[in-house]
Design a protein around this ligand. Structure first.
Ligand SMILES: Nc1ncnc2c1ncn2[C@@H]1O[C@H](COP(=O)(O)OP(=O)(O)OP(=O)(O)O)[C@@H](O)[C@H]1O
Ligand SMILES: [Mg+2]
Length: 313
């Protein structure tokens, strides 16, 4: 089971180059697709699901171009698009039956799977209620359930946790993690913690380019020795930001702040910095990695003109 993206680029008619030629290989497991707004995540997902044609390159599933047999490929794909509308007048059960019909599922299989999926996503009690009255999290669960109809091998989820509360996020995250056996799952999000623990690899997309495809563990290891926690005077923050990326700030009493910092380059040692006190090294997490690569603006590498290429790892 292998989904391969070969030199795929996308240029829209308005001249926007949403994807520069990219290459990816996805096998069984969960992949987290991270990247700021406009990075090209949805464009890539639309190409992977056959909803958009690449300008160049091709997508192959088990060595066959998906363009060659789109009909068969569509049966192997489950997709939750970003901001998908939902039919408010349908009940959850009616909606799943409707989607099962669109997917061409025989009645017997449809009955079995609709009933099974309603239980799996925890909506069997409200299956007869109209979707218009569902909360955001409940709607999202119905949308994930429809993507699973027909038991597809590839599941593409475009920001399935957007706008959900922390409990619902955890619920959906655990649910996706349990699906992972014998499926390729690609999940896009802006929220690093959605994928940090469940993804076997993280793919970071920025300006239509893939900056890395690696496991969270390997990425964090690369940043080892460059992340610190410390205290400082709040009034020195802008000066501190000249030499470090600030991963998190919490306010303390007496005009002080507790900071999590990433060293921008080896010339600055936080232990010798007079603006910082109670300095201690700490283990990097994926949020630090994201910040180190994309900068505080989330799009242009290090802020204040320092490129992510300068990061000392
Ligand atoms: N149909 C289209 N026509 C023209 N430009 C488009 C089209 N779809 C996307 N774009 C542009 O392509 C770029 C990538 O958009 P895309 O939606 O793939 O980003 P994204 O990473 O999914 O962003 P977000 O996190 O906001 O969902 C953006 O500059 C966007 O404006
Ligand atoms: Mg998107």
């Amino acid at each position: 089971m292998e989904l391969r993206v070969e030199n795929v680029s996308k240029r829209f008619k308005n001249g926007v180059q949403a994807l520069t030629p990219i290459n990816l290989v996805l096998s069984q497991g969960v992949y987290g697709l991270l990247g700021p707004n406009g990075a090209g995540k949805s464009t890539l997902m639309k190409i992977l699901t056959g909803n958009l044609e690449p300008t160049q390159g091709q997508v192959c599933y088990d060595d066959v171009s998906i363009q060659k047999n789109m009909r068969a490929y569509c049966h192997r794909i489950g997709y939750v698009p970003q901001n998908q509308g939902i039919y408010a007048q349908f009940t959850a059960r009616q909606f799943l039956w409707y989607m099962a019909a669109l997917k061409g599922l025989p009645k017997r299989l449809a009955r079995e799977q609709v009933n099974g999926l309603l239980v799996t996503v925890g909506l069997e009690q409200v299956a007869g209620q109209k979707l218009g009255g569902f909360s955001g999290g409940m709607k999202q669960r119905v949308l994930i359930a429809q993507a699973l109809l027909g038991k597809p091998e590839i599941i593409i989820l475009d920001e399935p946790t957007a706008g959900l509360d922390p409990m619902e996020r955890i619920h959906i995250r655990n649910f996706i993690s349990n699906l992972a056996s014998e499926k390729i799952i690609l999940l896009s999000t802006h929220v690093v913690s959605d994928v940090a623990d469940i993804a076997k690899q993280i793919i970071l997309l920025s300006h239509g380019k893939i900056l890395f495809q690696e496991s969270a563990k390997d990425l964090c290891e690369k940043l080892n020795g460059h992340v610190f926690i410390c205290h400082a005077e709040a009034k020195h923050l802008s000066q501190i930001k000249e030499n470090y990326l600030v991963s998190s700030i919490s306010e303390l009493l007496g005009g002080k702040v507790r900071l999590r910092l990433i060293v921008k380059n080896d010339a600055h040692c936080p232990f010798k910095d007079k603006l910082l006190c109670s300095v201690a090294k700490t283990s990097p997490d994926l949020q630090d990695v994201y910040l180190a690569y994309l900068g505080e603006s989330g799009r242009d590498g290090f802020s204040e003109g320092v490129s992510y290429a300068n990061i000392p790892f």
